[in-house]
Design a protein around this ligand. Sequence first.
Ligand code: HEC
Ligand code: HEC
Ligand code: HEC
Ligand code: HEC
Ligand code: HEC
Ligand code: HEC
Length: 348
Amino acid sequence: MRKTFVITLGLCFIAGTALAFHDGGVAHCNGCHTMHNSQNGQLVDPDSPNGNPWLLVDATPSDVCIACHDHLDKPLGADPLAPPAMKGAGNFVFLLEDNLNDGHGGASNPIGGDAAGHNLNAPGHGLQADETLTTSPGGSFPASAMGCTSCHDPHGTSDFRFLYGAGRVVQGGIANFTNPAPDAEGLAVFFGSESQTSHTAYKGGMSAWCGNCHGDFHANGTKLIHPSGITLGGTIAQTYNQYNGTEDQTGGLAASAYLAEVPFEDAANTTSSTAGPGAGSQVSCITCHRAHASSAPDAGRWDFSVTLLEEDGAISGSYAIPDPYASPNQRSLCNKCHNKDAFDTIAP
Ligand code: HEC
Ligand code: HEC
Ligand code: HEC
Ligand code: HEC
Ligand code: HEC
Ligand code: HEC
């Protein structure tokens, strides 16, 4: 199976097409489908001797995507303690963790890797549906069906990362999306990793997009929950711009305030912009969460259950999410917008 994909990619190289496969739309069908489950007299998908429902080259949609992407950006690394270079979405490897709980008593109350983010129905890669959540909180998308093609259209679109948009029927009718794909620009999938000067440019619409499955988690105003997809306003924007960590709470400058770990949406963002927000920039689901998975419960961009970021990973033994301020005194990144570590003790 893997061999087939290596060969496919090899051909791409030879053809000199800069390793394009989807090429912004539907790729050649037999990259993912097999008509007879047979080539050179061998089963193309040995896991399914009688074939599989969508005539795929591997048993499930997610297994098909992972098998090839394994050779590219590695959305599912092999070791949760040594994740591959990460971009905006994080990495599914953290689903393989046995404990993510770095809160008090975390050693004796493990939170399993299924809480690291979206689970995938990909038995060929050791993954299965979420063991805790049966549907998307706030909505009704069935956890049993979760996979790459719940969010990305396998047949490609011109939208950001081939994400499904308004009016799209997902996975043969499991869901009908009503909100458009987000407006954003991503890094190249092959090289590099997220940094303060190289990151997804979130421009708008992500909260509404997540709301396609998470319904009223995006219902600003009708429920007393943290807002998403609303403007920051001048006061919070100013706090974000000045905040340069627990040890330097007012020394930040608007021109360099952008923190990839706590992004906001703004039409002016670019993949290399370093400017902080204006009053009209928006807080979004993606401000606090990764779309795939992270090394913290609830797919947090930072661990929501530790007081000092340096405690991350200490109790659970899971991968410690790097502290952007690299300080033993650094507290929660919620402070970037709500500076509540003002007047706190700072160790000498
Ligand atoms: C990147 C992988 C990929 C490529 C390339 C691809 N498909 Fe698919 N296709 C899938 C997956 C995965 C499904 C299963 C449904 C789902 O998960 O959304 C599917 C489902 C289908 C279906 C049944 C459901 C539907 O949407 O109608 C048809 C028909 C189909 N593909 C035809 C094609 C044809 C024709 C091509 C080439 C022009 C093609 N596919 C290229 C991955 C792919
Ligand atoms: C045969 C190998 C192969 C398979 C199978 C495959 N991909 Fe890809 N994918 C690539 C390559 C190569 C790129 C980068 C160039 C391109 O976009 O064509 C890519 C890029 C992408 C991107 C980024 C697009 C962008 O430019 O922003 C997404 C998202 C993606 N793939 C999703 C999927 C999903 C979902 C599946 C399974 C349905 C899948 N891929 C199956 C090879 C593959
Ligand atoms: C196609 C539907 C779908 C979309 C789109 C979607 N989600 Fe989810 N989400 C689910 C389902 C189903 C679950 C529960 C099962 C699971 O975790 O796999 C879930 C679980 C979660 C969890 C909890 C994970 C855990 O195990 O504790 C978070 C956090 C989350 N989603 C955030 C987001 C964010 C942020 C976005 C937008 C970037 C988003 N979701 C988009 C369907 C979706
Ligand atoms: C819950 C929805 C969801 C699921 C499930 C999902 N993706 Fe994504 N994916 C996204 C979103 C949203 C982004 C953009 C994230 C960002 O830039 O912050 C993304 C980004 C990507 C990228 C660009 C690189 C990166 O890491 O940012 C690739 C490639 C990709 N996805 C492939 C996949 C593959 C392959 C699978 C299955 C193994 C998958 N996705 C499952 C929503 C999803
Ligand atoms: C300000 C940060 C923040 C924003 C913005 C945010 N979340 Fe969360 N999210 C959290 C935290 C913290 C938790 C942990 C549980 C809690 O505090 O309620 C969480 C938990 C979740 C869960 C898991 C719920 C469960 O029952 O296990 C889902 C799903 C989720 N968020 C989805 C979303 C979606 C979708 C959006 C955008 C509409 C969003 N979040 C916006 C911080 C945020
Ligand atoms: C990108 C900026 C941003 C980040 C990061 C952020 N928030 Fe918020 N938060 C907002 C905005 C905007 C509001 C709405 C403010 C308003 O209406 O005055 C808000 C409102 C709140 C409120 C309600 C305040 C009130 O006046 O009723 C609480 C509580 C809160 N946030 C807590 C958190 C926590 C906890 C975190 C971290 C998990 C967090 N926020 C991260 C932007 C942010």
